[in-house]
Design a protein around this ligand. Structure first.
Ligand code: PBG
Length: 328
């Protein structure tokens, strides 16, 4: 009789055995690349709080989208940075607005190779930086904002966006945008709802990326970090309203919510590895404190393991390249 009876280490004895026995896999099509395009640029502008990321010109945006497609990335998610802002975010649903023009350019470039996606939120376009329009008292007005989102959704679909990322955290936003799309015949335009989007510090670097005008915070509409059950409730409501996929965001700090949501819905579940998660790893790697590539791959695998079908990550193109190389 040999001892011990159980030897789980047998599963880890070599690279070949580990590869055969792996429970979770990561392939390039599961990754989506978020990118920023800024109105009026002639040269791309580095984002200092996100080393390696930039505000693109339309030209460099096209090129980056083509590179992502080349390595098999599943989609690109576009964020626009307008030159002029106002109280209602007029640039958001203006067909000549930066995001809509850029969407058309990217759709033309790679629309048949990957899924071209757009952020549907007003914060980049408002002069106060909030995700919606304000009442006279300065409070974010949920229902008035829904009308703006509906108009923005139609403008994005017309521009060629194939999937709308509803990131504003207004109640009823999926329903409002779905109705508006369908009324215009855009029945095939997908809606991915940022269902459990938590307020907090992890979006810090992104605020530089989009030149955010926000003073204060988003705590009356984005979720409160202590609440996990409420994240599941938000996801279930969005599915009921017709969301094609739901999201949990940020990713690594909210793996528990991701796993709960995965158990609770039968639509694809996405996770957003946000700017703060990105910059933490980049900073530690720059200091020589973390092995950059290994840490990135560990984090992506953890997010997949917790239940994400698809991951938005600023490392999408690079990671897809590594995955491809490792399969050769
Ligand atoms: C809102 C939006 C934000 C992010 C994605 N969509 C900013 C916010 O909610 O403040 C953050 C993404 C990141 O931090 O990488 N349009």
């Amino acid at each position: 009789m040999t001892f011990p009876t159980h030897r789980p280490r047998r599963l880890r004895q070599s690279g070949a055995v580990r590869r055969l026995m792996a429970e979770t896999h990561l392939v390039p099509s599961q990754l989506v690349l978020p990118m920023f395009v800024r109105e009026g640029l002639t040269e791309p502008q580095p984002i200092s709080s996100m080393p390696g990321q930039q505000q693109h010109t339309i030209d460099t945006l096209r090129r980056a989208a083509a590179e992502a497609a080349e390595v098999g990335v599943g989609g690109v998610m576009l964020f626009g940075v307008p030159a002029v802002r106002d109280a209602i975010g007029s640039g958001a649903d203006d067909p000549a607005g930066i995001l809509n023009i850029a969407t058309a350019a990217v759709a033309e470039e790679v629309g048949d190779q990957l899924v071209v996606q757009t952020d549907l939120c007003l914060d980049e376009f408002t002069d106060h930086g909030h995700c919606g329009v304000l009442t006279d008292e300065g409070v974010v007005d949920n229902d008035a904002t829904l009308e703006r989102y509906a108009s923005m959704g139609v403008a994005q679909a017309r521009a060629g966006s194939q999937l709308l990322g509803l990131s504003g955290m207004m109640d009823g936003q999926v329903d409002a945008v779905r109705r508006a799309l369908d009324a215009e015949g855009h029945v095939d335009t997908l809606i991915m709802a940022y269902s459990a989007k938590y307020a907090g510090a992890f979006y810090g670097p992104f605020r530089e990326a989009v030149d955010s005008q926000l003073t204060g915070d988003r705590r009356t509409y984005q979720m409160d970090p202590p609440n996990a059950r409420e994240g599941v409730r938000e996801a279930l409501l969005d599915v009921e309203e017709g969301a094609d996929a739901v999201m949990v965001k940020p990713a690594l700090p909210y793996l528990d919510v991701l796993a709960d949501v995965r158990q609770s819905v039968d639509v694809p579940v996405w996770a957003y590895q946000v700017s703060g998660e990105y910059s933490m790893v980049e900073a530690a790697a720059q200091n020589g404190w973390l092995d950059r590539r290994a840490t990135i791959m560990d984090s992506l695998m953890a997010i997949r393991r917790a239940g994400a079908d698809t991951i938005l990550t600023y490392w999408a193109t690079e990671a897809a390249g590594w995955i491809r190389d490792s399969l050769r």
